[in-house]
Design a protein around this ligand. Structure first.
Ligand code: NAD
Ligand code: UFG
Length: 343
């Protein structure tokens, strides 16, 4: 950490603008950024978060940050924010992320995620802010043809949410090519779970959770009745789906390294996962054992569009950013429950 601190202070402007900063991954990344001394500006319309996150971040970090309650679709308000703050770089988390909702309402996703990103890049160009880190997803690989998945795997989204990520990646890539001062890092997250050790922030969607871990938590705390395991007839070790679950704080720290190792004129793409596949049943069992709680479940049919097995090849990010995930599945399960049991 000390090395990081000194490297960071070598940079003159250490102000980072975070879109979607009060969301699940954004809030954890703010903690990681504050830890190494960055100043943080948050832009969030609170469509999937609350102002309480800001208060909790100040308790955790013992530092303040500014919130701009702005929709990134509002060009003028966003431009004014950039003119006032003059950030050195942007981490762009703001986006909608529910796969099923994106199938039902694709235009909402294309507008929020793609138009929002275009506005942001346009404004960054106008104010000479040249470095962007973008939240992409393993969803860009669709149903993968080989495992583990490396960054050269063909991109093949199978739902509108995934398509927005592919389009945004491409748009960012083209934006960088226009000017040698610009740079981007596309981070393709696998399955982030868990919470910060303070348990003041975590995965707490404003509506019913779609993802497995928040659903397990909602069953364990009595909010939902039981987990439906979507299929136990996959060609996997126990028949249930396999994913690459990664602790959200490991993920957050990768963003700090991406900023510190920024190279002007370059577009980089990295997978962020552990490189290990864990089944649905293994996750439920580990959660039960570590937290000494029962999680009722039933097996239902497969969810449309789900792949049997998805896990990352993480060599590139290890070689280039010297980053790897080091928190365990047990830590992920424990922290998810410590945060979620009182929700
Ligand atoms: P989240 O919903 O918790 O956070 C997103 C934040 O962005 C929220 O606070 C929301 O209020 C804000 N936001 C959304 N649209 C906005 C807009 N138009 N203007 C301003 N603010 C807006 O989601 P998250 O899990 O923290 O995900 C962050 C990013 O990472 C998203 O882009 C998501 O697609 C991507 N991602 C997430 C996962 C995951 O499993 N959580 C996996 C892969 C990629
Ligand atoms: N699952 C269940 N029951 C549930 C929810 C999920 O059995 O109630 C299973 C799924 O079938 C899958 C695994 O648990 O095998 C993980 O499912 P999630 O919905 O938690 O995660 P996905 O891998 O389907 O997708 C998530 C995000 C996407 C993102 C992707 C890759 O929802 O936005 O990870 O990062 F793109």
């Amino acid at each position: 950490m000390e090395v990081i601190y000194f490297m960071m202070h070598a940079k003159s402007n250490n102000k980072i603008l975070i879109t979607g900063g009060y969301g699940y991954i954004g809030s954890h990344t703010i903690v990681a950024l504050h830890t190494v001394g960055y100043e943080v500006i948050v832009v969030d319309n609170l469509s999937n978060s609350t102002k309480k996150i800001g208060k909790n971040l100040e308790i955790i970090c013992k530092k303040t940050h500014k919130l701009y309650e702005i929709n990134i679709l509002n060009f003028d308000e966003l431009l004014n924010c950039f003119i006032k703050e003059k950030p050195a770089a942007v981490i762009h988390f703001a986006g909608l992320k529910a796969v099923e909702e994106s199938v039902k309402n694709p235009l909402l996703y294309y507008q929020n995620n793609i138009q929002g990103t275009i506005n942001l890049l346009d404004i960054m160009g106008k104010v000479d802010c040249n470095n962007i880190i973008f939240s992409s997803s393993a969803t860009v690989y669709g149903n993968p043809s080989e495992m583990p998945i490396n960054e050269k795997h063909i991109l093949n989204a199978i739902n509108p949410y995934g398509s927005t990520k592919i389009f945004c990646e491409k748009i960012i890539d083209d934006w960088v090519k226009v000017n040698k001062k610009r740079s981007s890092t596309i981070l393709r997250y696998f399955n982030p779970i868990g919470a910060h050790e303070s348990y003041l922030i975590g995965d707490n969607p404003n509506s019913v959770p779609n993802n497995l871990m928040p659903y397990i938590v909602s069953v364990a705390n009595g909010t939902s009745e039981k987990v439906s395991i979507f299929g136990d007839d996959y060609p996997t070790k126990d028949g249930t789906g396999i994913r690459d679950y990664i602790h959200v704080m490991d993920l957050a720290e990768a963003h700090v390294l991406a900023i510190l190792n920024d190279q002007r004129g370059r577009s980089r793409v990295y997978n962020l996962g552990t490189g290990k596949g864990i089944s649905v049943l293994e996750l439920i069992k580990t959660f039960e054992i570590e937290n000494k709680v029962k999680v009722k479940y039933t097996v239902s049919s497969r969810r449309e569009g789900d792949a049997a097995e998805v896990y990352a090849d993480v060599k590139l990010v290890k070689n280039q950013l010297n980053w790897s995930a080091n928190r365990t599945l047990k830590e992920m399960c424990k922290s998810a429950w410590s945060f979620g049991k009182n929700l």
